[in-house]
Write a new protein. Sequence first.
Length: 888
Amino acid sequence: MKLQYLICTIFACQVYARLTLSQLEHLQKMIFVSGIFGEQRINQNGPLIFLPALIYHKNGYMHNKRLFSPEIKTDYSLTKNPKKNMYDQSSFTLTRKPNNDKVYFSTNEDTNSAYLSEYHKRIIQMFPSSTGDLSIEAGRYNAFTQFLRSSTVLPHAPDILASLFLLSEGVNILLSWNDNKKTLTLCKANGDMHFNISMVIKGYKNIQSKKLKNIYQSEAVEIIDFFIERRNKPSSHEKKASSMPTSFDEFKKGRFLDSLEFLIQMYIFEFINSIESAENIIRAIHTMLLDYITNSHYSLDESKIDHAQRVLEKCFVPNSAKETLDYIQSMKDIYQIIYQNRATPFYDSSLLPGYIRVPYYNRKTNRFSKKCQESFSNCGEAGIFALFCCFTYDPVENIYTTAHMPGASPELKSFFKKYDIPEECISAKHHKEWCRVVSDLAGPIDYVGPGNEINAGILNMLSIICAITNYSDNALIELKKKIANTQNEESELYEILAEFIKDLFTQLSFNKSVVISCTNLNLGNACSERTDVFGHISLSYTYKNIQNTVQMHLSRNHFGFSALQNIENQTANGIDRLQILKNTYIKEKTFAGYLLAHYINILIENIMKKDTHSYLLANDIISMTISDIKNINGLFLLKKIENIEYKKEIVSRFLFYMKPEDIHSENRIIRMTSNILGSAPLNDKYTQVKMLSAAVYTMAYKTAYTNIQLEEQDTIRIIEYTMNTLHMFSYILDANNPTILLAHIKKYIKRIDYFSNTIHNPLISMHTSRRIFNCLFTNNQSCSSDNGFDIIDMLLYIDEEAASFVSFIWFHYACEEMPDKVVLIIKLFKHIIEFDSACDWRNFLLHITNIEQCKIRKTLDALKSTLCTTSNNTEKYQAIYNILRKAS
């Protein structure tokens, strides 16, 4: 019973809605009356408007601080499970225990290091995040939130939080606790007692406890004591964190993320469960400030009274005061620009529900498993979730609805009734609730585990869709029978399947202006050896001449989902207006202005400039590797670290740009990237390829990430030639550093130990080969040029034909782009010694334009006498010329 009570307490608290913009507008209208200051209202440039906290939440600032800070050691491990027999596929177990997260305490004795350690310890205590998602809730009875919500403390919670808020602002609030009596006391400025509450409350010490016991609220004591101590002796780091940024560039360093103001403002925002609770906290702050200032004759230090006066002016202004900008209205304008006239709820892939780990769901008991090992990576579930968001989206009202689905299951109707507004961030609770819709269904549905973890495959996905919409699946059953019959013509089956998908998806879509296409369909076996179809499905929705396209990618091992950005759509809908707003806020030179400008900047980059965002991220990471990640908070401001692709990019770039000697477990960069790795579903092999490739390339999985256990065969699988390989080398090339590039090419050749003519080989791929050549041979970099030939020499030991192929590619780039570098051209010409792969070479040249081929032939004609010095060279020259001519 007590366990059920604990769990109910946690999840009951989690369903509270945070403040909306309309509620913030309501708070803005609050009037505070006093004899000295008359009528006052909340200052729009101050913290009590809660708009800063709303933006902190939307951009994931505390999410990033709590889950990824290098000062915090997150508790996780990846272990390989023993095989039951020699035919059994290898599997992994990922264990993540947020309740065991700890702080790295610095060995340095300086006050700054001590402050940061203590500060991050309070972050862990105030944001336990026991489910893996940012949360102030915890199941233990000495947790701070449990303390505030206990029956004896709850009436005083607004005053306690108001006291901590004012302590963070440096006001000498008379809050103290008595260690002997184990009580917390708040006194007024004249010394009269405001409240005196016990720091002991009744509860269960742990799940195994059978009786209620008196539990000393040790965490609450530590948190309150920390705020009291910092009131009078802030460190230099704390002073910088609390100071007003002098410019927009200064703001973007994110120093404020290490301030007590940020910590308590975020906590209050997460704690608030209604507009009334927000009002109570704000009134308590105003009352305490008023009491402190008006009872100044009791104080011996006038400077403290003056400081309290400044805090009052920071938080409240005369009701008659005029403000240049209405920040809340501006935020509503931003929402209108971004979200108006979209045909799907996803204007880019960052809004899609990324897959996470979720517990097993049992439909009979309507319960989720509490066992750590009974959880899974929900890529299939997340993909179908995203698909139904498109099906149910009403672009006119900007809501989800199942009104057009008469056969929708009760769980499906309930889900979209509860979550009817498109969210910018999909929480773990959304994912978990979605399992009630698609997990443990009856019928011919293929799950990896008992009723959980949907297996990939188009037919399996369609079975689930039919099951939860009560759509007649007779045609699907017949189609499955035909597919099982290997004598049927595959192309004909694909046409029938595509028509079925178009009919089904159109009928289920609220917006009937949808075009559905199926491409790259292919027959194969799913992981369960069940026959299924794989490939790509795209849905292009149109609304008010605006088109948004989403794509599903179903392979044997994975269900991917992406949203294609339509730059023209967003430009037509106000990108220029966003830019104007951003510049206006920067000119304000206020914290709120800088915050809104930065928020807009992120929106613009996410919508229009994905490549630019990656380029800026690369530059930021390069500078951080040089300065030992001193400005890591700046990275935390860029974007919520949530999407798998973004996590992969951060981890990979850091590892590739770091010096090899810096890759060790004590390095702060490694600590941060370790936390990011631990937040991904690493037990999923598809995710391993994405997240661990850089760790394998650099050997960091051995030297730095000791809680990740991989065997040699696992590492080879992870770095096999795939599209991910090209992504990795794109990150490396973004550094534009030939030394870094050479080092990683050599490491990769040594690790992979074979050469493949696949399009995913970075040395011959059209996506990367030219960039590699330019990085090595441009700008007279003689040292890197010589080392470039070291690469060819390394390839000679593996495959002579491969060395010739790479030389052939580089030779053509040199002839096209550097005709004056005769020595380089001659040297590359000499390294072309094998012509057995002439077919592959011609395929490469097919991707070169006619203009580029003309440049190459012109150089060859000019250097004919220089290259044809022997009969063998003449024969080689003619062979190359013939290959070039045939490819044109």
